[in-house]
Ligand binder design. Sequence first.
Ligand code: FAD
Length: 444
Amino acid sequence: MKSNCQNLIQELAHLEIITDPGQVAKLSLDYYHFSPILEAQLQDKRADLVIRPQNSQEVIDIAKTCVKYQIPLTVRGAGTGNYGQCVPLQGGVILDTTKLTKIISIEPGTARVEAGVKMAFFDKQARAIGWELRMAPSTYRTATIGGFIGGGSVGMGSINYGQLKDRGNLQAVQLVTLEAEPKIIELRGDEVEKVNHAYGTNGIITELEIALAPCYPWAEFIVTFADFITAAKFGQALSDSDGIVKKMVSVHSWPIPAYFTALKDYLPTGKAAVLLIVSDSDRVALESLIKEYNGELTYYKTPEETQKGNSILEFTWNHTTLHARSFNPKITYLQAFYFNLATVEKLYNYFGEEIMMHLEFLKFQGKVIPAGLPLLEFTTETRLNEIIAIYEQQGAAIANPHTYIMEDGGSRQINPLQLEFKQLVDPYGLNNPGKMRAWVEARG
Ligand code: FAD
């Protein structure tokens, strides 16, 4: 081990420090391997050690010591990111937040939590007063709230509340800086954009205030259709049905349902499937809509049953890719915004069997649109880029999941706010180095 890391271990001996190489290797990686391109680039990256702070003071001690010895520091929540967001490119310390688990307050509409609180655990407490998270990824059971802010973007609930970056969803953030004398900074309102989805490159988030949604008696449904386009039209019609309260509409073309082995009794061969989370109080209205589109309801889980066991959420969003890859590890994915069904249909017809269509409906600028994670068998990077180009020519937008560089994945734009904030809170560039292109370019 490098001598500066040994010095750090001595100075922080009172903290939980992991140096066992097997454990460090495990805690250095995330789900980057969904991308064959990232797999080749990241599989050997390792931290030197992992530290698990129990409170903000310990976070400050870690930050201060990393700055003193100029050691890179990468924050990790549950490590479920897909783009190597928390993979330490230059070694150093992983700061694991999973012991920062205090729920500080839950009030109607808002809550304050420590960064390592797990999302499903949080919701159990919030539901006791009739509220829940506005949105959550399909990794809801394991992901941390801080990790979702740092590396996530959408999920169950986005059909009502849009993307995480939409104003109001994240209300305030408290973070620790990586300065010689670390400070605690609180950002509120529009200021939170400085760190929202910043891959932990500009400060260590210790606490967050998040907006909540009213909780309904959620039930789960699977509806099947003879063909994908009818399933997609049904998905859009349900998304636009203002009188039916829902929080997830997830559409899958055949053969994707064949990958969902635990649900095989409800997924007839050759049919498209729509997985739904809808308020049980709107079941009759939902059944009328299903009839109108000639769908067949094959699965229903009551709100009481929904509170127990696994949710169909774990077959949607990027869990769809997970199930497909367990059948065929060559399968990879893209992240697409289609904006309308005409674009979905064009691309579905254009690519035929090369792309397996998987849609998720979400709110975008006040309208519910089809987005999704289309699946494909990886052949070459050139073909992958051609597919991205064709998607974009046809009017879809792609958030490329095959890069660990923050700006190259989603917006493809440098965010001057986040760069400026990094210069302030991480002047030595120690925080998750190599992930923010703007910083790398600014420093030459
Ligand atoms: P991590 O992976 O540990 O961290 C993510 C990023 O945030 C890293 O850059 C890390 O450095 C940073 N970070 C973590 N904690 C902090 C902190 N306290 N301060 C500063 N930075 C921090 N994403 C979605 O948006 N929607 C989905 O539906 C979805 N489904 C998924 C399904 C599967 C099967 C998988 C593997 C991934 C999925 N993801 C999805 C991606 C990922 O699960 C989510 O982004 C998740 O919210 C990440 O949480 P985490 O605690 O695992 O964060």
